[in-house]
Design a binder for this molecule. Structure first.
Ligand code: IFM
Length: 525
């Protein structure tokens, strides 16, 4: 029996039981095999995190990342990248007119409390705590850097808000990845042989210092988009446009493999060093990655080649990395399960996830014949924005596709672990569409729970408007706006919808029907 068959066999009874429960809840008298009708209401009841554990409240939170919301994060590759002419739309910099989160801890904690959220995901910046290689090697962290994150964690604890801490969210210390164009051809960041060991040490020290306040950890945010931006499109440091050559693509996927190995080392380090169960849920550390998951469709629905290309990309993007860190299934050649002899079992990678962190935003179209075909292992053209579909779009040109959240959750549930939606959000400067977006996505999430998926949390991206990497400040993802002079946070009107879902613990189809229809987006230049 292959692993995939075992997974199917394992999940089938749960799916059938959930379908039966749903049929009863919906008043269906059908004894046949047609799929259950969509429920009129979904709920987010407290549930055990592990089989046999005590029920804990569903995590309703929002996310940010250090480089996107802080000022003065200067000892990072991203700081150098931002200083390089032409790399960021409008020449924006998080240091000029950004939300300056570390100077506004009280405002952000107050916003979380006022909106009823019980969890907050943010990153602790490795390069802020250890600004130089010698500070890292001698373990002499920057006192102000340590103090500010300790203050944030203490204030969250006092406000009964659970932290979910990311240890690398794209930005790396500049002594590991310098982010200047001149050095592109040198190994950077995860490519360097010493990085995985240093990262494990960073994880150990973070867990020793803050493990008494933190139970939920993300080692690496979005390992694949990091490589897409930095090694395939050239929009992130180190700025390589590897998507145009086979050698460039090979280098990109070597970085993904290095991230998988570094994650596994950090997982072990966190479990060894974080021994304090801060929130009393019976476990000191829940560790995973925040994995960007998407749906994939053929650009031409009638083309078998497009369908095969979409299926292969879905495997590479959604499952290759998770297969490695959850099951130890190391498909070194990235060719899928079609050549089983290539797939080895690696015990140093297996079982390195306590939950699956899912970042979900949108759908993807894949073509074998139209557009710029990327080299192997992708072998197809990929479309993620302004796609020729009738769906509503965000300010970023991404399709609004809530059903896709249900699809990626069902897929991730096959790994048999609890699921946390670590990011989901919309670029919506007018805040015209966020309320409907939140209702529709949380409805899909609640429906996935009703089907038997063990989803235990949802983090909206983002708590506050912030610096959207190469796109600068134009895309507005925040639940809260901020005043560029004073930093004061203001709740957007969609916050009331999120708060009402949190307070009631449910979403109904009637609420979705009553929400305004999607308005046309305001595109970013
Ligand atoms: O802002 C990013 C975040 O850093 C990673 N996930 C996607 C978000 C929106 O693009």
């Amino acid at each position: 029996m292959t692993t995939r068959m075992r997974r199917r066999a394992r999940s089938l009874p749960a799916v059938l039981a959930a379908a039966a429960a749903l049929a009863v809840a919906c008043g269906s008298s059908s004894g046949g095999s047609s799929p259950p009708a969509p429920p009129s209401e979904v709920t987010f009841a407290p549930a055990p995190l592990a089989p046999g554990g005590k029920p804990v409240p569903f995590l309703f939170g929002s996310s940010t990342a250090g480089f996107q919301v802080e000022s003065g994060d200067t000892h990072t590759d991203w700081a150098h990248w931002v200083a390089t002419s032409g790399k960021i739309a409008g020449g924006d910099s998080p240091d000029v007119g950004g939300p300056d989160a570390l100077a506004h801890i009280d405002d952000d904690v107050a916003a979380l409390v006022a909106s009823g959220q019980n969890a907050y995901r943010f990153s602790i910046e490795w390069g802020r705590v250890y600004p130089t290689l010698s500070a890292f090697m001698n373990d002499t962290p920057d006192p102000a850097g340590v103090a500010v994150y300790t203050t944030l964690l203490q204030k969250l604890s006092a406000a009964h808000i659970k932290p979910l801490v990311t240890l690398v969210h794209f930005s790396l210390p500049d002594w590991l990845s310098d982010g200047t164009i001149a050095t592109q051809d040198q190994p950077q960041g995860w490519e360097r042989p010493e990085t995985a060991g240093y990262f494990a040490e960073w994880c150990t020290r973070a867990a020793r210092r803050w493990g008494n306040l933190v139970d939920w950890w993300v080692t690496i945010n979005e390992p694949l988009p990091y490589v897409l931006g930095g090694y395939i499109q050239g929009s992130f440091p180190p700025g390589l446009v590897g998507g145009v050559t086979s050698a460039g693509m090979a280098r990109a996927f070597a970085v993904v493999k290095a991230e998988a190995r570094a994650h596994a080392k950090c997982f072990d380090a966190l479990h060894a060093a974080d021994t304090v169960d801060a929130d009393g849920d019976g476990r000191a550390a829940w560790v995973s990655v925040a994995k960007h998951q998407r749906t994939f469709h053929p650009r031409d629905a009638s083309s078998a080649d497009d369908a095969a290309a979409a299926a292969h990309l879905e495997y590479l993007w959604n499952r290759w990395f998770l297969n490695a860190i959850v099951e130890g299934r190391w498909d070194d050649k990235l060719d899928g399960d079609t050549v089983p002899s290539d797939v080895t079992s690696d015990p140093t990678l297996a079982h390195r996830a306590d939950y699956v962190g899912v970042n979900y935003y949108s759908d993807t179209l894949v073509s074998a014949s139209v557009g710029l075909k990327l080299p192997a292992p992708i072998n197809a053209a990929v479309f993620q924005a302004n796609m020729p579909t009738p769906r509503p779009k965000t300010d970023f040109g991404w399709d609004i596709y809530p059903e896709g959240l249900g699809t990626v959750l069902d897929e991730a549930a096959g790994y048999g672990l609890p699921l946390v939606v670590t990011e989901n959000g919309i670029a919506d400067a007018a805040d015209a569409n966020r309320a409907r977006f939140v209702l529709e996505h949380l409805y899909q999430l609640g429906w996935a729970i009703a089907r038997g998926d063990r989803v235990v949390g949802y983090f909206h991206w983002a708590l506050v408007d912030n610096f959207e990497w190469a796109s600068g400040f134009c895309p507005h993802f925040g639940l809260y706006a901020y005043d560029k002079t004073t930093g004061a946070r203001t709740a957007k009107k969609s916050v009331a919808t999120y708060t009402s879902i949190i307070r009631s613990g449910r979403v109904t189809t009637a609420e979705i029907d009553a929400a305004p229809a999607y308005a046309a987006p305001r595109e970013c230049p």
